[in-house]
Design a protein around this ligand. Structure first.
Ligand SMILES: [Zn+2]
Length: 469
């Protein structure tokens, strides 16, 4: 059996099938991932004297190939298997006896069903199926870890709209435990993380005994058609290597300069790559070029920070609710303030797209479109839809002069919040009037930085905020 270059095992939900406890393949036939991941095995038989039908549900994060192996594969010539897409289309029906060792190519990700029509007497032991993706990744990260070091997976899947699952190519080199990538022994390894909504990220993990470095691209995951964004890169060890040869490249409808300035020439996706030729490392990310807010089916993210403003819209179906960390930080802040005799209450936090339709229309009917745009976001452009913003106490500028208003401006950074629309002067940068009541959670590290520098989030990220349409 040929050894595939990169075989990973997909996480699957198996219906009406038993798991086999052991497998006995020749080690040379299988990669480590296959040997270690028991989710990929199934046994079935119809030896009870009657025909049976079994169904396997398989989720593919992206286009790729599935290959089948089996310890024992004794089936009748009459037995068949069919592959159906989740939409019910019958993609293929074939003789079951041909399945062992077969590689089936899938042109797109999604849910597929394998329907096995077994004839009496059929026996399949330890049917094992592996998935080899077509490298259709939204982002590729290269990270270097020292033996024993850990790093959160969350750091690399920030743009995901739902929870992630993952595949580890060699669990003896690095593995994932409790949301942490954990380096075990020196070697190279890949971790693929994918979400149920189709996002797909690859993390190359280099584990060494001593310190070394990975490279990461910094910048926005979307650009409006006809516009540009200046991308940068950093090393995961926090150092800078000024003598290294750096090369930027891009696929798709983009052009990139030697300095990393990427221009979106037409709508569509492009993959931007930065390569450190000296160290032999690279990092890439998908950048979405858009010409209309309705094309956004991802959360706009810049340098790992989620953003929603007049330049960066959210998908209308993005519905995360109020972020747990944000609420916990607010509760801690309100409790501490209460000890000083101050009283905080939430007047608005998470607002869905549909709720924002009402909110925006309310202001529009009162003041007209131009004025409404100064104090309220159009649906899909509100930071409240991110689940990271909270309005406290009172939506009047006079709140700034209350004890609570003054305390909030001075102390909210300690809890990871920033005043998102911090002054009258900042309206030309943020796109919104002074809102002393609106706080945005960014985490304590960034909140401290912004408090000390006095920068708005737009200034810190080097972006603007105005409607293109
Ligand atoms: Zn607000």
């Amino acid at each position: 059996m040929k050894t595939l270059k990169k075989i990973s095992v997909i996480a699957v939900l198996i219906l009406s099938l038993c798991f086999a406890a052991t497998a006995s393949y020749a080690a040379s036939d299988l990669t480590t991932a296959q040997q270690y991941n028991p989710l990929s095995r199934a046994s079935m038989s119809a030896s009870s004297g009657k025909a049976e039908t079994r169904t396997l549900r398989v989720y593919l994060p992206s286009a790729g190939k599935i290959t089948f192996y089996a310890d024992k594969f004794s089936v009748s010539d009459k037995s068949t298997y069919s592959i159906l897409s989740s939409k019910g289309a019958d993609l293929l029906t074939s003789r079951l006896s041909t399945l062992k060792g077969k590689t089936i190519k899938f042109l797109g990700g999604g849910t597929y069903y394998f329907r096995f029509s077994l004839t009496a007497g059929d026996n399949i032991a330890n049917l094992l199926y592996t998935y080899d993706s077509d490298n259709a990744f939204d982002e590729t990260h290269s990270i270097a870890l020292r033996k024993g070091e850990t790093v959160p997976v969350k750091k690399y899947v920030k743009s995901f709209k739902s929870n992630y699952m993952y595949i580890v190519s060699n669990v003896r080199i690095a593995t994932v435990k409790n949301g942490q990538i954990s380096a075990i022994k020196p070697g190279n390894n890949t971790i693929e993380a994918f979400s149920s909504t189709g996002e797909h990220v690859k993390i190359n993990v280099f584990v060494s005994d001593s310190v070394s470095s990975g490279i990461e691209i910094q910048g926005a995951n979307m650009i409006w058609k006809g516009e540009s964004f200046n991308y940068t890169y950093s090393y995961t060890d926090g150092k800078t290597y000024t003598d290294h040869e750096i090369v930027w490249s891009v696929s798709g409808n983009g052009t990139v300069t030697k300095k990393g300035k990427l221009t979106a020439n037409a709508k569509g996706d492009a993959v931007l790559t930065v390569t450190d030729k000296t160290a032999g490392m690279s990092s890439s990310m998908t950048v979405h070029f858009i010409s209309d807010a309705s094309e956004v089916d991802f959360v706009p993210t810049i340098n790992g920070i989620q953003i929603a403003n007049k330049t960066y819209p959210l998908p209308s179906d993005y519905d995360p609710g109020l972020d747990k960390d944000t609420l916990a930080a607010y509760n801690k802040m309100a409790a501490d303030a209460a000890k000083e005799g101050l009283s905080f209450n939430i007047i608005s936090s998470y607002r869905s797209y549909n709720k924002q339709v009402q909110t925006y229309n309310h202001w529009k009917s009162l003041y007209g479109k131009a004025e409404a745009d100064r104090c309220s976001a159009r649906p899909g452009f509100s930071e409240h839809q991110l689940g990271l913003a909270i309005d406290v106490n009172s939506c009047y500028t006079s709140f700034a002069y209350t004890k609570e208003g003054k305390w909030l401006a001075k102390n909210c950074w300690k809890y990871g919040f920033i005043l998102r629309y911090p002054s009258v002067a900042a309206e030309k940068i943020t796109g919104y009037i002074y809102e002393p009541w609106h706080i945005r959670y960014v985490g304590t590290e960034l909140a401290k930085k912004l408090y000390q520098s006095g920068q708005t989030l737009e200034e810190y990220l080097g972006v603007d905020s105005y409607y293109r349409q």
